[in-house]
Structures are given as structure tokens and as C-alpha cells.
Design a protein around this ligand. Structure first.
Ligand SMILES: O=C(O)CCC(=O)C(=O)O
Length: 259
């Protein structure tokens, strides 16, 4: 029997995955604190992008109508779920040091992966109401969840880029407490427009949502979503973990999955 080293706290996992104290600039920390999000460009190489696009379409073709079912299916979109177990290429997504540093900065305590998914707004669809990925929260309550959106295709003003309303992560309650129609355009919204290979990390209490894809091409993205460790995962990773994933991944990755 192989004895595998076990990690018991997030700081150790982060260190093993390459997170260093200066990995985030002051500007990036300020962006997360003040606006509730930050965008990193040039995170994925052209080779990774090509591999991810190929894998994304391969999984969509293989899973067909069932794609996304482990977690969520949404009208007007194609979704994939449980990507942790669907290819080695995804290991580098949920363990990325800079993204993990940003998540730790937001949550300020021990955390784990909640789910790793894919979503693309198909042409003519994709508009979501502004929402936070958490129920109501008091203004002085700590943050519970943090998301990262990985741009597999370029996000443009036309193709259904994610919109965010800067600063709303600090508000108590939820968007419907403030807005008559959370699906309507918001005067302060900002579209995350960035090249393929970029990653947006956003405090998931920030009001956000997908927008309408007005082009003829899909807008593909991955969501690597994290939760403070005391909460349940969206997808119980221990339940879904496949042997070949378990055999492949590092102790630090295992800690992030909580398996
Ligand atoms: O894919 C996007 O642009 C955002 C998706 C999102 O916020 C969600 O599905 O809850």
C-alpha cells in the first residue's frame, strides 16, 4: 500500500502549488477589495487553449443531452460539470497559483474547490439576471464564496461576456432587494472584455451574470468555483472522484478537492 503524504491546512497546499507572498500585486489586491474582481491576462498558453477547446467540444459531443447534468443545465447554454474528473488538462485550472492566491485573499481563511464547470452562451442566448452565488449576507459578514472565469474564447462586447457591478460584493442582501428587474442593464455594470486565455477572479457576492451572445459563435468559459471550507461543495468531490484522478493528482490538489 502506498502511503501518501497528507496536507492539513490551506497555507501548506498553497505553498506547494507555488503561491508566494508577492504573487498578487497591490493593484490586484485593491481591485478585489474595492471592485470585487480582477482580470489576469495571458494565463493560458496557446497550446493550453487549443487543448481546452478540443476537450470542451469532445466532452460536449460525448455527453450530448446529459452535458452539465451532474450539477446544472441552463436554457440557452451548453454546460459541462465535474471537469476535475474529465481530463488531466483541467488539473492546471483549479490549482493555478495566482487564482488561488486571489481566492485566498477574498475568503481570508481555509477553502476548497466547490465545482469545476464549463458554460457557453449559444448564439442569441445567454442573458442572466444579475445575481450573487450566495443567499443573503449581512454587510459586515465575511465572504463565503469566490469564482474564477476562464476565457476559452475571447470575451467581447457582443458575444455574451460576463457583466459585473463593481463594489456590490459589499452590499447586504441580494440584487432583488435593490433592483426592480435584475435582468435589465445596470447603469454601473462593467463587461469583462478580455482576450482568450485570460481569467477573471470575482468575489461571488459581487452581482454578476452572463449577457446575451449577439454573435454567431459560442462563447466558451470554465468556472472554477471555491467555497470557504466549512461549507458544502456544489459537487461533492469525494463522491465523484475517479480512481485515475486520485492516482494522478498531488496531495495539494487532493486537499483543494477535500478528498
Ligand atoms: O458564464 C458567465 O458569464 C457567468 C455565469 C454565471 O454567473 C452563472 O452561471 O451563475
Amino acid at each position: 500500500m502506498t502511503i501518501r503524504p497528507k496536507i492539513s491546512k490551506i497555507e501548506e497546499a498553497l505553498q506547494q502549488l507555488g503561491v508566494t507572498p508577492d504573487i498578487l500585486s497591490q493593484e490586484e489586491r485593491d481591485g478585489l477589495d474595492h471592485d470585487g474582481y480582477v482580470v489576469f491576462t495571458d494565463v493560458l498558453s496557446p497550446v493550453q487553449l487549443e487543448g481546452l477547446r478540443e476537450k470542451y467540444e469532445e466532452l460536449m459531443a460525448r455527453e450530448g443531452m446529459n452535458a452539465g447534468k451532474e450539477l446544472h443545465q441552463e436554457h440557452g447554454t451548453r454546460r459541462l460539470s465535474d471537469l476535475v474528473n474529465k481530463g488531466e488538462i483541467f488539473d492546471a485550472i483549479y490549482t493555478h497559483p495566482k487564482v488561488l492566491a486571489a481566492v485566498h485573499h477574498v475568503l481570508q481563511r481555509d477553502f476548497k474547490l466547490s465545482s469545476l464547470n464549463g458554460r457557453d452562451a449559444i448564439p442569441g442566448e445567454g442573458l442572466q439576471a444579475l445575481h450573487a452565488d450566495w443567499g443573503t449576507r449581512e454587510a459586515d459578514e465575511q465572504f463565503h464564496v469566490c469564482n474564477s472565469i476562464w476565457l476559452i474564447d475571447e470575451f467581447t462586447t457582443e458575444n455574451g461576456a460576463t457583466r459585473v457591478v463593481p463594489g456590490t460584493h459589499r452590499l447586504a442582501g441580494s440584487p432583488s432587494d435593490y433592483l426592480d428587474d435584475p435582468a435589465a442593464p445596470h447603469p454601473d455594470e462593467v463587461l469583462i472584455v478580455a482576450p482568450a486565455g485570460s481569467v477573471g477572479v470575482f468575489n461571488s457576492h459581487l452581482w454578476h451574470g452572463g449577457t446575451l451572445n449577439r454573435t454567431t459563435h459560442p462563447r466558451r468559459a470554465l468556472h472554477s468555483y471555491y467555497t470557504a471550507r466549512e461549507h458544502r461543495q456544489q459537487l461533492e468531490q469525494a463522491e465523484y472522484l475517479r480512481k485515475r484522478t486520485d492516482d494522478r493528482i498531488s496531495p495539494a490538489a487532493r486537499y483543494l478537492l477535500d478528498v
